[in-house]
Design a protein around this ligand. Sequence first.
Ligand code: NIG
Ligand code: FE
Length: 426
Amino acid sequence: MGKIIAFNTFIEVKHLFINIHILAGVGEHPGQKRGKALQDLGIIQDAFLLTNHGLIEDYGEMKSIDFNEYAPAEVQDVSGQCILPCWVDSHTHLVFAGSREDEFVDKLKGLSYAEIAAHGGGILNSAKKMQEMDEDELVKISLHKLNELIKLGTGAIEIKSGYGLTPAAELKMLRVINKLKELSPIPVKASFLGAHTYPVHYRENHDGYINEILTEMLPVIAEQKLADYVDVFCETGFFSPEETKTICKEAAKYGMRPKLHVNQLNSIGGIEAGIELNALSLDHLETLTTNDIELLGSFEGGATLLPTAAFFLRMPYQPARALIDAGAAVTLASDYNPGSSPSGNMNFVAALSCIQMKMLPEEVINAGTINGAFALGLQNEVGSISKDKKANFIITTAVPSLAYLFYSFGSNHIAEVWINGEKFHS
Ligand code: NIG
Ligand code: FE
């Protein structure tokens, strides 16, 4: 790790990083990276980076640096190390009340999903724990989880509700997410996922629950400004494309754009519904027909792949290469949740995307940073090393190349994480 070689006590707001082996993700980004352009990762070898008051002020080649122009700044020599923008994790369920490793072990012993559900497992298990947990306790454990992710390089995040499933518990979850917005140094976006599954008392009365979402949840959430986006689990046995449209059209009246769970297990028309609803992103995408891939190729929003969910559930991975070839705005996120992806480590998401989906190192960085930022409407704040964006970046350990970060999976290659121009400590 480089050491501080100059120091100015009265201006600690300017930081100058010098001798950066590779500075990645630089440049301006008018739109998401698609097709061949997903490989275009702005790179400067032997670079410098200057931050000022929490923002990126300048960057360039070491040979063009003028120390007088940038003084006084705290200077850090990072010879041999790389700097890349922090991950933007655009799909998580980070707020949950308990883990589900019992279920995990039951599955290892051969129990089926249906048997686990019959024993009160799955989303309903998480909902029961959520309904019982005290709000302050929930804030405390969620903030701890969020800080763990920041240490792993996540510099902006989306968090969904969806483990409440009653008006009181959904509102509690959203208040917790909004509390994290206040307490955390990174941008947090909240999505309302009341339509995650049907609560037990509405199992035989789906319309009754949808009506509760429309009349008792959405208006209060809008009034209290608790959600930025709306989400629905559009899937056989959960919410149909028609039900998805009903919920999202109502949410649109309050200005909430959809980011939807579609095509995880079945292709039932979720993509068509999402396109019609002007979704900001369509997420999961394990199960795609040729027509779905074509539709996503010309879809304006993000096509968000969650490979750790496929990994954990032992499902086929998302067809990343076909989606990239079709021109989709391929985005990577963790899906961090207790049931299908009990890890929010974006470094593992990136490695898995290379190893199992044959994405290139440059592609996974773009998909997990700038395209993630677009999938959260945060493209002007985070997702790249661009002038006036937040100084949220990862300083790696000394590595020979960017490819090494994902090839040598499982090792910790993060030396420091900087958020708003300050080294992150929790
Ligand atoms: O995104 N598929 C729907 N929801 C979550 C999993 C929920 C759970 O099992 O707790 C997901 O994978
Ligand atoms: Fe999810």
